[in-house]
Design a protein around this ligand. Structure first.
Ligand code: GAL
Length: 455
């Protein structure tokens, strides 16, 4: 099968590299670290992290006052680039004097960004701002005081009152506000190609739990030529997040909360059961799953070559940017079987690193990211709903309006492991290593041990 250009080629860089980076960040202060640059490990799938402006504040204190705003992010795949551009367009309208230096680190779920950002921050040469999940993912930075407190400069009272309280909490893991969340994605979605399912006489709304989904894969495999599940294994995060959904679908959210609290052995049978089912699912994925990115897999759903995709609703952003692929007539989504009252959330934010090369422009950008205008432009294209409660929803379209309703009716919005909010980065990295191995060998015993050890 031929594929479009690999947008997250850099997914090959696993979070193992992050472990090394995080260890450095956690144990060595800026002053004691000479850093190693960011090119040595092949992680720079971007256009080079040298797009900064020279006023690099290498003394680690005050970086300067450049009008160049360097942004590191990983939104190059699917429709994500369009969403990011919509955000920048809005910002430029308000601040035409600021020159944006775009510095992407492509790789789904940020698989390449950590090394780039951490080396820069440790070197005292941070970008103006970078994309990061709020919650636990921020802690290696807050532990080392590498993020500026923006509680006064950005988070005025109007903004605090407008945001959902739970999201504000995620922006202050150490008690002071250091991040500006911009979206809320749902993770527990099962997207599908409508005509593929119609042809196979499958009704997605009838699927009975995670085990029932396996039965549907078997039917599709026996009776059609399509790939049942458009899953990627080039990078481990998609299998990790699928395991999370299977676990919640089988055991419910209370058990999941116990799990992310670290009591894995108390849930041994439950954890193993989700691993066994995941191993069964992996028999129904593309032959070239090990060399594709999530959005390349999703292209198979769009083309009618694959039936289902388990993915965050950034996949809907990709459908929006596809030609002639319309919600309900061409694609649709059900909550992952067994999780209909759950809205497992994935959130992105931007931060203000210390030693900032462009304090004024960065503050302007963060202020903008927290505004109604920014969230109204960005989220409909991104496939997410806004964390502010006062954003008009008229332009969000039928799918996101339905997601928004589901969010409001959901009983619980647990954080995701594979997207940084639920567990500390060191645990996440170790789990990703476990699932990278599991993608290759489907060894349930080894994966169970790996999960126990990760926590
Ligand atoms: C998530 C991120 C989303 C989307 C996705 C796929 O971690 O929060 O915004 O980019 O990865 O790369």
């Amino acid at each position: 099968m031929t594929r479009d250009s690999p947008t997250d080629e850099a997914d090959r860089l696993t979070r193992r590299h992050y472990v090394a980076g995080a260890g450095t960040l956690a144990t060595v202060g800026i002053a004691g670290c000479s850093g190693g640059g960011d090119g040595g490990d092949g992680s720079d799938g971007s256009d080079g992290s040298d797009g900064s402006d020279g006023s690099d504040g290498s003394d680690g204190s005050d970086g300067g006052d450049s009008t160049e705003l360097e942004i590191i992010h990983w939104w190059t795949a699917g429709g994500e680039q369009d969403a990011y551009q919509a955000l920048l367009d809005g910002f430029r309208e308000e601040h035409p004097d600021v020159e944006i230096v775009d510095n992407p680190a492509p790789g789904g779920a940020g698989s390449a960004i950590d090394t780039v950002v951490q080396n820069r921050v440790i070197d005292g040469n941070p970008p103006s701002t970078f994309q990061i999940w709020p919650g636990q993912a921020l802690t290696p930075y807050t532990n080392e005081d590498l993020l500026e407190d923006i509680g006064d400069s950005v988070w005025d009272e109007e903004m605090r009152n407008a945001y959902l309280d739970d999201v504000v909490d995620l922006a202050q893991p150490a008690g002071n506000l250091v991040a500006v969340p911009i979206n809320i994605h749902r993770l527990n979605n099962l997207f599908y190609n409508v005509s593929v399912l119609d042809d196979a006489d499958v009704d997605a709304t009838d699927i009975d739990g995670p085990e029932g989904l396996l039965g549907v894969f078997e039917t599709l495999d026996a009776e059609t030529d399509v790939t049942p599940l458009a899953h990627q294994t080039q990078s481990p995060w998609s299998s990790l997040q699928l395991w999370e959904s299977i676990f919640i679908g089988e055991q419910g959210v209370d058990a999941y909360q116990t799990l992310i609290g670290g009591d894995v052995s108390g849930l041994e049978d439950e954890v193993r059961s989700a691993l066994e089912l995941l191993a069964d699912y992996l028999e129904y994925i593309p032959e070239d799953a090990g060399s594709i990115s999530w959005d390349q897999g999703n292209n198979d759903v769009i083309a009618g070559d694959a039936a289902f995709l388990h993915q965050g609703d950034w996949a809907a952003g990709q459908y929006r940017s596809a030609e002639d692929f319309e919600f309900e007539s061409d694609w649709d989504m059900v909550p992952f079987p067994g999780t209909s009252s759950v809205y497992q959330s994935v959130i992105d934010s931007f931060v203000f690193p210390t030693g900032n090369p462009s304090p004024e422009a960065t503050e302007q950008f963060l202020n903008y990211a927290g505004s109604v205008d920014a969230q109204e432009r960005f989220n409909p294209v991104k496939g997410s709903i806004p964390p502010r409660t006062d954003v008009p929803m008229d332009e969000f379209g039928d799918f996101l309006s339905r997601q928004f309703e589901d969010f409001q009716n959901s009983n619980t919005q647990p954080p995701a492991i594979a997207h940084g909010t639920a567990v500390a980065p060191a645990i996440q990295s170790s789990l990703e290593e476990t699932f990278a191995n599991f993608n290759g060998n489907q060894d349930v015993d080894a994966a169970y041990d790996g999960i126990v050890n990760s926590f």
